[in-house]
Design a protein around this ligand. Structure first.
Ligand code: GDP
Length: 265
């Protein structure tokens, strides 16, 4: 709603009382006190930037005359992708996982950015490239489903394998239902390619605290036991309430080399 849309900017979040502020900026930390004693919380705090770093990252996501944030182009084939001139991140996930909502939330301080959606069944699925000033590009990969056509699989695989400026892949997982079979297929692909990725749990406003804890702990265990390339800290987001959005902006800034020093808070 309108009230939460205002939380797109940190300055608004900072006006909230402390516990609500923590829930918005560090949603994973908010869960910590409900954990059983002895639970390993180290993966909860690997990336824990201070206010200055959060503010510097937010500035990257805020467009102005000297710092345009634009949709660049769409591509169905690698040779149609823009030149790999800047550090890049990409977002992948099942259809309906909340990917367009998340990208819209990340870019909410650049309202001129249009996050296009092509959901019509049978419609050509494309990779959409966004340019954030002279700092990095962000790619919205087509949502995958259990009946993904072969040319789609080939496009995504080619991108992930060939894109040398790709700094990190963000794999979106529905926070309400947790890891699904198709998510495991995506994980296997990323593991096989040996590229660094990170899991983002979406729609956390829709999960009860108990369910969210269960999904977080299960996925954390899975990441620890069964993956090599996945960053051990999960990122929790709600595109409706703006929780986790500021931290995710900061992580994007960090992995694209636009945040030389991440000071501890
Ligand atoms: P995409 O297919 O991955 O791009 O998914 P969308 O962003 O279109 O979202 C799919 C559905 O989930 C839509 O009905 C959204 O309104 C809803 N949705 C997405 N993100 C959130 C969220 O953070 N919270 C809630 N409650 N609903 C969300």
């Amino acid at each position: 709603g309108r009230a939460s849309a205002q939380l797109a900017a940190l300055s608004q979040v900072l006006r909230l009382e402390r516990s609500r502020r923590t829930a918005i900026v560090f949603p994973l930390q908010k869960l910590e006190r409900y954990l059983a004693p002895g639970t390993d919380t180290a993966p909860f705090r690997l990336f824990q930037p201070g206010l200055a770093a959060l503010q510097r990252s937010e500035a990257l996501f805020r467009s102005d005359h000297g710092h345009p944030i634009d949709y660049v182009s769409s591509a169905v084939r690698m040779d149609h992708a823009p030149p790999p001139a800047l550090p890049e991140v990409c977002f992948i996930g099942r259809s309906n996982v909340g990917k367009s909502s998340l990208i819209r939330a990340l870019f909410s301080l650049a309202p001129e950015v249009e996050v296009r959606v092509s959901k019509t069944p049978g419609h050509t699925k494309k990779m959409n490239f966004f340019k954030v000033g002279k700092y990095f590009t962000l790619v919205d990969m087509p949502g995958y489903g259990y009946r993904a056509p072969q040319d789609f699989v080939e496009m995504v695989e080619a991108y992930l394998q060939e894109r040398h400026n790709l700094k990190r892949t963000f794999l979106l997982v529905d926070g309400v239902v947790g890891l699904q079979k198709t998510d495991h297929i995506a994980v296997e692909m990323l593991e096989e390619f040996g590229i660094p990725y990170v899991m983002v749990l979406t729609k956390i406003d829709r999960a009860s605290r108990g369910l969210l804890l269960k999904n977080v702990l299960e996925i954390q265990e899975f990441v620890k036991e069964s993956t090599q390339g996945c960053f051990p800290q999960l990122f929790l987001v709600s595109s409706v309430e703006f929780s986790g959005i500021h931290l995710l902006r900061c992580f994007v800034a960090h992995v694209t080399g636009n945040l030389p020093t991440v000071e501890a808070s």
